[in-house]
Design a protein around this ligand. Structure first.
Ligand SMILES: [Zn+2]
Ligand SMILES: [Zn+2]
Length: 156
């Protein structure tokens, strides 16, 4: 398979249980067949980090505005669109086979975006936890105030 961005020959890389096609030594882009990208997202951190780190030839300048051909489907152009509703990372998707092409750095950006989302979720959970804690403390205080006095003074 040829790289849709720089026409280098793609090489296969095993990431966990799946095999993706990478432009190793070329523009360092990655091709994911349909649903592979979602599976990479679900892999443990380590597998994903490996994908981000291959060699990139600094002499290759990728023109992201150029229409690219799907490496799988002859004559089909990839459609460039935003990966998520946050509209930060753009990816190329094949309307025919559903595969994705990610330029170098785009996978890292998607993962960073996912991590940011995860962080927001965690913060939200912490906020819920702290308001619960506040309520618990408040109730504990109220109960302490309403509890009948004990000790020597109560026995009078
Ligand atoms: Zn390439
Ligand atoms: Zn295709």
């Amino acid at each position: 398979m040829k790289c849709p961005a720089c026409h280098n020959e793609l090489s296969q890389l095993q990431v966990g249980s799946l095999i993706v096609d990478v432009c190793d030594g070329g523009c360092a882009g990655v091709w994911f067949d349909a649903f592979e990208l979602q599976r990479v997202d679900e892999q443990e951190e380590e597998a994903g980090e490996r994908l981000i780190e291959f060699r990139c030839d600094p002499r290759i300048v990728v023109d992201a505005s150029r229409k690219r051909d799907c490496p799988r489907c002859p004559g089909i152009k990839l459609h460039r669109h935003f990966f998520s509703a946050r509209r930060r990372v753009e990816v190329d998707e094949c309307p025919n086979c559903g595969g994705y092409w990610l330029d170098a750095g785009e996978l890292a950006a998607i993962r960073a975006e996912k991590k940011a989302e995860q962080l927001t979720h965690d913060q939200a959970r912490n906020a819920t936890l702290s308001s619960k804690t506040i309520r618990f403390l408040y109730e504990a205080q109220t109960q302490a105030r309403n509890r009948p006095q004990s000790g020597p003074t109560a026995n009078l």
